[in-house]
Design a protein around this ligand. Structure first.
Ligand code: ADP
Length: 493
């Protein structure tokens, strides 16, 4: 019996899940690591701590299951995307903390790039919008601000990587400096049409190409782990960014397949097949994965506030004691009694892109009670998701069903409302750990433990189907859009 090890290096913790040859989790371990907030616009991680945390989570998952390196057929890696590390190629020492995807320190430089008129170039080449979120300006910041970094980089002494690259480099004892297509496509340096690091963008960003990793398929044997790490070597055989990995774990293998992850925010990805689709509706274009000499693309949109609205009900309004209570209370009423919550706490993301919007509760009357507000809050997750999915449909064409995962997808009421508002089926897999599962599938495919066809057949799902009429749905959607319109530009002078 061979197992697959999935390493899931998230934003707040590193996890390891061991899956058996049927894709069932047999053991899992998780460890948090430190978040550094040096100033309000900065978020950093200690890359060495991430590696230590990931390594010890893996060791614990193995010992809990009583497994040794020889029981494990392959390791797959999935990571928080965009977060950037630069380290010394000889000593392995990072030159600075990892700059995290949430970090906004390079916003002024991004504004300058936009003012210089290169937005279209960046969009056509990388599929992305110019934003501090992506790796490029973080790398430049380190080269410009860490003493001697630029000279050392130009002398070939330094290496750059996102967290997948950093972990693979450490797992291989410093032998492999690689990334996969999906992670490369989040750097804002990778040309998603030619599948190469883009010379023009590297020149604009002033980044020496010698620090960049080699870009490899998302599923292939890259090399082996250093035997000292797990007491024997294991093939390193797959890597993908967390959202792409979840898309794969959800077996969204065909163009038009969509997954929606309901966590702190919502992340939606739609597989668009072998051609990149450039959005007219505020979505970004990204590489889903590269496998067997073929690259597949995805459209991506995100909702900033989703599960965090439920936390707000719990911690700030104190309407509920736990996130799961939201379903219990929302079920006490049959509708929201006209009340609509728009959780634009930090502005609105796709498809609105309005940083000045702020949250609102509208449609209030004397009859509205706490249950209605809780229900309206849950419904807002479904409405926001619907807006992004409608943008995807407008760009790509009709989608069929939506596969869901993430903490809030456990809420049956939310899933039913989502089916009603979308007028599409909602499919929830029995294994909600789809991010780690995707990494396991990618690695397992490379070593012949899994094949794509049987992965799709193996699933056991819960399906939610629409229960309201298209007319009712349209009426509710109209009210929602009326409510959203009221929140737009709120903070603009
Ligand atoms: P992340 O990976 O972003 O930390 P998770 O996928 O772990 O998020 O999901 C946690 C989020 O889901 C929290 O914001 C929490 O409020 C929300 N959540 C968890 N369970 C429920 C539930 N039953 N109903 C609604 N929201 C929930």
């Amino acid at each position: 019996m061979k197992y697959i090890m999935a390493l899931d290096a998230g934003t707040t913790s590193c996890r390891c899940i061991l899956f058996d040859r049927f894709g069932r989790p047999v053991s899992s371990a998780q460890k948090e690591f430190t978040q550094f907030f040096p100033t309000p616009d900065r978020v950093e991680h200690d890359a060495v701590e991430i590696w230590d945390t990931q390594r010890s989570a893996a060791a614990k998952a193995m010992s809990d299951a009583g497994l040794t390196a020889s029981d494990i057929a392959a390791v797959g890696i999935t990571d928080q995307r965009e977060t950037s590390v630069i380290w010394d190629r000889i000593t392995g020492e990072p030159i600075y903390h990892a700059i995290v995807w949430q970090d906004r320190r390079t916003a002024p430089f991004c504004d300058k790039l936009i003012a210089d008129g290169i937005s279209d170039t960046i969009r056509q080449k990388t599929g992305l919008l110019i934003d501090p979120y992506f790796s490029a300006t973080k790398i430049r910041w380190m080269l410009d601000n860490v003493p001697h970094a630029r000279e050392r980089a130009e002398r070939g002494e330094l290496l750059f990587g996102t967290i997948d690259t950093w972990l693979i480099w450490n797992l291989s004892g410093g032998r492999l400096h690689i990334t996969d297509y999906s992670n490369a496509s989040r750097t804002m340096l990778f040309n998603i049409n030619t599948l190469e690091w883009d010379e023009e963008i590297l020149r604009i960003m002033d980044i020496p190409p010698c620090i960049l990793p080699k870009v490899m398929p998302s599923s292939c044997i890259y090399g082996e782990t250093d035997p000292d790490i797990f007491g024997g070597s294991i093939p390193i055989a797959g890597a993908a960014g967390d959202q792409q990995s979840a898309l794969f774990g959800q077996t969204c293998f065909n163009a038009g397949d969509v997954k929606s992850t309901y966590g702190t925010g919502c992340f939606l990805l739609m597989n668009t097949g072998e051609k990149p689709v450039f959005s007219e509706h505020g979505l970004v274009t990204t590489i889903a994965w590269g496998i067997d000499g073929r690259v597949e693309y995805a459209l991506e949109g995100s909702v900033f506030v989703a599960g965090s609205l439920i936390q707000w009900l719990r911690d700030k309004l104190r309407l509920i004691d736990s996130a799961a209570d939201s379903e219990y209370f929302a079920r006490k009423v049959k509708d929201t009694n006209g009340c609509i919550v728009v959780p634009a706490f930090t502005g609105l993301g796709a498809p609105y892109w309005d940083p000045y919007a702020r949250g609102a509760i509208v449609g209030l009357s004397r009859g509205v009670n706490k249950y209605h507000i809780i229900r309206a809050s849950l419904e807002s997750l479904a409405f926001q998701t619907c807006d992004v999915l409608m943008a995807m449909e407008a760009d790509f064409g009709k989608l069929s069903a939506v596969r869901v995962d993430g903490g809030a997808s456990a809420n049956d009421l939310l899933m039913q409302v989502q089916a009603d508002i979308l007028q599409r089926g909602i499919i929830r897999p029995d294994i909600l750990e789809t991010t780690a599962l995707g990494a396991a599938y990618l690695a397992g495919l490379a070593v012949g433990i899994y094949d794509r066809k049987s992965l799709s057949e193996k699933r056991r799902d819960t399906v939610f189907s629409p229960e309201i009429s298209p007319e009712d749905r349209q009426k509710r959607l109209n009210k929602w859009h009326k409510a959203v319109a009221l929140t737009r530009d709120w903070e603009k002078e």
